[in-house]
Design a protein around this ligand. Sequence first.
Ligand SMILES: Nc1ncnc2c1ncn2[C@@H]1O[C@H](COP(=O)(O)OP(=O)(O)OP(=O)(O)O)[C@@H](O)[C@H]1O
Length: 499
Amino acid sequence: MRKFRLVNAATGTGKTIAYLAPIIHHLQSSEKRIQRSDGTFGYIMGGESRSKEKARLRKGISILIATPGRLLDHLKNTTSFLYTNLRWIIFDEADRILELGFGKEIQDILNLLGSMKQENEVPISSKFQRQNLLLSATLNEKVNHLAKISLEDPVMIGIDDKIMEPTSKIRFDHSDSDEDNEDKNSSKIQAVGAYKVPEQLIQRYLKAPCGSRLAILLSILKHLFEREPSQKVVLFFSTCDAVDFHYSLLTEFLFSSYPQTEEGNRTMFLGCKTLRLHGNMEQEDRTRSFQAFKTEKSALLLSTDVSARGLDFPNVRCIIQYDSPGEATEYVHRVGRTARMGERGESLLFLQPSEIDYLQDLEKHGVSLVEYPLVKVLDSFPLSAHKNNIKKSVFIDLHPWIMCLQKALESFISSKPKMEELAKKAFCSWVRAYTAHRGDLKIIFMVKKLHLGHVAKSFALKQQPSLVGKSFQNQTKKRKRFEKKNGSAKSRKVVRSVK
Ligand SMILES: Nc1ncnc2c1ncn2[C@@H]1O[C@H](COP(=O)(O)OP(=O)(O)OP(=O)(O)O)[C@@H](O)[C@H]1O
C-alpha cells in the first residue's frame, strides 16, 4: 500500500523539516538495527561520479539525494541498488523539477518503484506503507496533472501560515477526468495559480531607468547598511558573470562625493562583508560562501537563482531582485529567502519603465507590491560638492547624486582594466539572458525595447561593447529598424521619462 501526498505551503514554513525530521527519527529509532545490506530506505546522499555512486549503492546507503535523471539511471542499471525497503520517495520543489522537463522521469521512477519486483527482494516489513511526497511553495497545474495521472488517491496538504497548522486535507477531484464518477466528498483543488508569500513580508518595487540602475542599486545598498549595519541582504542577478562583476566592484569601489579627491583619500563605498554564490564557482568556494553567509550577522550575498530555492539562511532581512526572475514562481521563491518561519522581511524588485507590466503578471498570481520611496532615499545623500547647484530633477537619471555617482563609477571602472573586462563579459551575458525570457514574459522583457547604450551604462561602461556573435548584430539591426519605424526619440523617451 502506498500513500501519496502533495504538500503546498509558503516558503520558510517548514516543509523540508516536516519530512526530514520523521525520516531521520525513524531510521534512528528502528528497532532492528538497519544493516547496509537492507539497502535504501530514505534517499541517498549522491553528488559523486556515477561509478562511485554505484559502489556506494552496492555497499548500501540509508538516505539518497538525487536528481531525477541520475536516480532513474541507477534504478534501471545498478542491479546492486536494493530499494524494495524504500519507505519514502520525496520530490521537493516538484514544480521546478517539472519546469526543467523531468515529468517523464518522475513517472518512470514511480512506475519502477511501484511495479518492479527484485529477485533478491527481502522486504524488511510489509506492514510499512511507503510514502510518496511532492512538495513546493508554488504547486501549479503541471504538478496537479502529474499527481492525477501517476499517484493513486493523492491527498493535498496545505499549511495555513496564519495558524502554521495543516489545513484540511483536500482530495483530488477526478470529476473532470475521463471517468464520470462524481466523487461527492472530494473538493476541487483551488486554482493553484495563486501563490502564497509570507504574510509579514513587505514587497516593494522601483522603476529604474536602465542607464542609472547601477548607481541606484549602490545607493540603496549604502542606505540599507547605514540605516541598519547588522543585517543580511541577498541580491539576485540573472547571470554568473553579472555576480562576478558586481562582486568585484562592490568589494573594491572607493568613493568620495568630492570628485577631485585623490584616490588615496577616498573610502570604501560599501562597508559590509560581501559574498557571492553561483553555479560556476568551485564546490568548495560555494560551500565556503554558503557557510559564511549562514553564520555572519551582517553581510551582503550576491547570487544567481542557485540560491532562489530551498536554501535556508537564518535572519535575512532583505531580498533585492536587481534582475527580474521571469516566472512568478521564481519571484516567490527568491523573496522566500527572507520572512521565514514568522520572521520579518522586505523585498525590492528593480524594474525598468518598459518592464512595469510585470507587476500585473505578479498580480495574476496574487502577489502585489508597493512602490519604493526612491527619490526620498536619493535626496538623503550629502552632495557637499554640489550643494549650491542641487536642483530638483523629475528624472531619476538627472538626479545630482545619481549623476555624481555614475560619473565616479565610470571613471573607476575605466581605470581598472580587469574590472572593465568583467563588466564587458557581464554586459554580454546579461543581454543574452534577457533574450531567454519565455512565453508572455517576452512581451514584457523585450530586447527590442532595450537601449544597449544605457545597458552598457548600467555596467559603468562608457561605451557599448561589441556584442559577441551574429545573433546580437542581427538583434541590433532589428532594433534600429524598429526604432526608425517607431521614432527612436519616442523609444529613448520611454527609457528616460521616469518621474
Ligand atoms: N517547527 C519548527 N520549529 C522551529 N523552527 C522551525 C520549525 N520548522 C521549521 N523551522 C525552521 O524554519 C526554517 C525554514 O524551514 P524549512 O527550510 O523546512 O522551510 P521550507 O518550507 O522547506 O522552505 P522553502 O520553501 O524555502 O524550501 C528553518 O530554519 C527551520 O529550521
